[in-house]
Design a protein around this ligand. Sequence first.
Ligand code: F6R
Length: 242
Amino acid sequence: MKIIKAKDYQEMSRKAAQILAAQVIMKPDSVLGLATGSTPLGTYDCLAEWCGKGDLDFSRVSTVNLDEYRGLDHANDQSYYYFMNKNLFSRINIDPAHTHVPDGMEPDPEKESKRYEELISSLGGIDIQLLGLGHDGHIGFNEPNSFFDKNTHCVDLTEMTIEANKRFFASADEVPRQAYTMGIGTIMRARKLLMIVSGKDKAEIAAEAFLGEVRPEVPASIIQFHPDVTIIGDAEALSKIN
Ligand code: F6R
């Protein structure tokens, strides 16, 4: 496990983007596992900028996102598909047909979970998975006490996650109560993991996840067992890690 300390959010974002860019340069048909949330926004800005300058080519890249709210369609401005399109896909030269997010409108959880796992396999697996860290240690929507081996599945969101995500909705009542997410098993099968973490409110959970005991109460702690994981955090987020 490599832990890279960046001085601030901008430097963290640039370093993460450099790793993703190197992946695309070395393997132009890479499969990138992507995340939503506030942490990756700066990383996506860098990728969009470098692509705009002609330094990066996404024409052969495929992407698979970690998760999607259940019940929100692509046109809903709170769906993760909409987020990805706005913050990355529409700004780079990727083929929209190569961008994949779980289908929040599929009513049958088993069907959608199976479809998404098969899709990832058919692409040859994920070359590098970008991850953010939830305040309760979640990755994707794998909340505390998730089974470590789970594939893509439908989850009930915890009160803490609903609370954290309500800032994007008119009220907490409008936050969907369920989501589709890659499981811990899906994430751990990615060939490389790239975790980014920012801000002092993540310092406690970052120390627990990266240095503490590996346990289901802290889902992100499982990444300690992955053979190729890079963590990039800003100084505030890594302030409890020497
Ligand atoms: C998003 C995701 C979540 C976030 C996590 C951190 O696709 O899977 O696990 O990475 O909630 O979110 P931010 O970056 O907003 O602090």
